[in-house]
Design a protein around this ligand. Structure first.
Ligand SMILES: Nc1ncnc2c1ncn2[C@@H]1O[C@H](COP(=O)(O)OP(=O)(O)OP(=O)(O)O)[C@@H](O)[C@H]1O
Ligand SMILES: [Mg+2]
Length: 348
């Protein structure tokens, strides 16, 4: 059977491997994270995760990832289908990916098929990675149509017209898009100068026939269907993506609503502010003692003055009412006592 598609790209692996590889993601959001990581590695500033209803497809909707990252040229798009091949490994920068596996294992965990559309400079490239195609055509090796177009002319980048026609016929039959116009509309959704749109369809179902992702309960979230766990990060994609990165750089939108990312270090401990005036605590303490000594001197001076005043009044016999002078003396004495106590406390 595979001979019919002789000139098409092959991922150099068997269908069983594709299925087995998908089981590496037990946790559904872990599979989704592979696609989010790739958008981040592509330098995207924005990633939209959204669904499009389609009753014709298993699960009833398509799961889409649209980013404004660097996109891929036709050569890079061809490389992505190979397992274990990653250009990121040579890169000196701190990218997440390195195994050349995440896109395939993650997307195949979520659904049976995906179509990837990517734009870079003057090229638009489409990759159809479809288990359904391989199964229905009886292929035991994974064959992948990868046609390309020029952005400016919208004409196919042709090396072989017959091969292009075969690729398109497979895409129209096994993708949700049945004409070149429809496919071009998907490229138009890539709003940035470059970027990538990945559409996963024929989603995996649970035993009850329902899709694993519940998109109905919350219009702005995607939940893991079934019993909710205590931790929202385990069942709400919005909560999960809010804490996915230690240093979030990319805005993530789920069903068109922005995820409010939480700064991860603040989730672990409560930040506290300590007023910090000087490095020299000893000098500060010394200054405070000097000031307290001066205050005490002034207070003792005030006591002396109050005593003198009272004495003067008592001697003059002019006033019988010496009460205000008594009160002033009492105040001065109390103030001196307090100031002395303060000084003693600081000296301790
Ligand atoms: N959204 C994207 N934008 C641009 N390039 C992408 C995107 N997604 C995937 N790619 C390209 O496809 C290649 C394969 O992706 P894949 O996730 O399988 O492997 P990886 O990211 O290199 O390594 P890992 O298995 O550790 O994730 C990437 O190296 C990258 O070049
Ligand atoms: Mg990756």
């Amino acid at each position: 059977m595979a001979a019919r598609y002789g000139a098409l790209c092959r991922a150099h692996l068997r269908l069983e491997y594709l299925r087995a590889n998908a089981t590496t993601h037990d946790f559904l959001f872990g599979a989704i994270a592979e696609l989010i990581d790739n958008a981040r590695d592509a330098g995207a500033t924005r990633l939209d995760i959204f669904t499009v209803d389609n009753d014709q497809l298993q699960g009833g909707f398509m799961l889409c990832f649209l980013d404004d990252g660097c996109g891929m040229n036709p050569r890079e798009a061809t490389h992505l289908i190979y397992f274990g091949k990653s250009s990121k490994r040579q890169s000196a920068s701190k990218l997440i990916g390195c195994y050349g596996n995440g896109l395939k294992s993650g997307s195949m965990r979520l659904g049976k098929d995906f179509i990837l559309l990517t734009k870079q400079e003057d090229t638009m490239t489409c990759v159809l990675f479809s288990q359904t195609f391989c199964e229905r055509e009886g292929l035991d090796e994974v064959i992948v149509p990868i046609p390309s177009w020029s952005v400016s002319t919208r004409k196919p980048v042709l090396h072989d017209a017959a091969m292009f026609a075969v690729q398109m016929s497979i895409i129209f039959k096994y993708s949700p898009f049945t004409s070149e116009d429809e496919l071009m509309q998907q490229f138009d959704a890539i709003y940035g100068k470059s970027g990538t749109l990945i559409i996963i369809y024929n989603l995996k179902l649970m035993l009850n026939g329902e899709p694993e992702l519940d998109i109905k309960t919350h219009s702005a979230d995607m939940l893991i269907a079934g019993l909710p766990d205590n931790l929202p990060e385990k069942w709400s994609l919005r909560a999960y993506t809010a804490v996915l990165y230690f240093d979030p750089r990319m805005k993530i939108f789920i069903q068109a609503k922005k995820v409010e990312t939480r700064y991860l270090p603040y989730c672990f401990y409560r930040p506290r502010m300590y007023p910090y005036f000087t490095f020299c605590f000893k000098a500060i303490a010394q200054n405070e003692i000097e000031k307290a000594k001066k205050d005490l001197k002034l207070a003792e001076q005030a006591v002396k003055e109050a005593k003198c005043q009272l004495k003067h009044l008592e001697e003059s016999f002019l006033h019988e009412d010496n009460e205000p002078a008594h009160l002033a003396l009492q105040d001065a004495l109390e103030n001196a006592k307090r100031t002395r106590e303060k000084l003693e406390a600081k000296q301790r």
